[in-house]
Design a protein around this ligand. Sequence first.
Ligand SMILES: [Zn+2]
Ligand SMILES: [Zn+2]
Length: 342
Amino acid sequence: MDDASANDRFIFLGTATSEGVPRVSCLTQPPAPRCETCLDADATAQSPNRRRNTSILIQHRYRPGEVQQSGRPYENVVVDVGKSFYTSALDIFPRVGLRYIDAVVLTHEHADATNGLDDLRDWTMNIGMAMGDGPSSIPVWGDARTLERVRTAFPYLVEPKYATGSGLVPKLTFRQLQPWQWLCPTSATGGVLNGSAPSGRATDGSPPGPCGLWLRPIPVEHGNDQPCLAFRFGNVVYMSDVSRVPPAAMKAIRGCEILVIDALKPGNRRHVSHLCEEEALELAIELRPRRVLFTGMTHQWHHQRDNARLCEWSEKHHCLHPDLPAMQVELAFDGLQVPFSL
Ligand SMILES: [Zn+2]
Ligand SMILES: [Zn+2]
């Protein structure tokens, strides 16, 4: 934590693409594996090169006067639960003292953002319902398209009457968010798929507080005909899956101090559904946050080597533009904790 006064923090639960790092294909490469990143990720349990599907957990500590939605002095909101959510939580939750999940927010419908929903059973059955020390049903927020995909992929999660066997499935309450509208994910009561707007929202401008953590969903493009949501909360913008940021989104993002941004591959490569390093840097230069954290990274990024290179880039960039505030660009890694303020 680089800011002792911060009340709030977010923690990276994953920083990789869908395959994760290490890749099995690299570790089985004949005649012998050569990929430096995957070899390091495989050999070292806490290597920053070991990456899972992109996700963060936002932890907000209530201020005096705020309505404590969770019944604890803080609330935990997870953004995206992908295919590797279980292994992320297994590794990171005990290590950084996390137990509860008060709400989940989804950026889009892809498998690496939603396929871990089933794993939430441990939180609703063995913490919430059984122990009574957490929510017995976790609200899951997404836009209409994302919730429709979830309904198709996991009918038994949306309507428990489809559950077979013991019928024991995670107890989730699906709620539809509206792009651009500030959202307090732990506050609303009721609301189901395609339901009417619950209370606890504002339409525009700044967060209407006092309630706890407010997020603003900002629509961006994530390849052909694929929308995705970035989220603004406090002085942070989290933009994990993006290929283009439309002008209206740029306007909503401007002024953030910490920018988490998709950077699939290093260098000047291009990709149809993600930004790569050069494009991410161009965007950062335009927005000028004080801290930029890359996420959504393939094994082509080697943490130690490329982080040192970006550190040097940041220093050089500052020397070339001494009149502008310094901007630190770095690679995020699974388990990284970042203090922020609302
Ligand atoms: Zn590899
Ligand atoms: Zn995606």
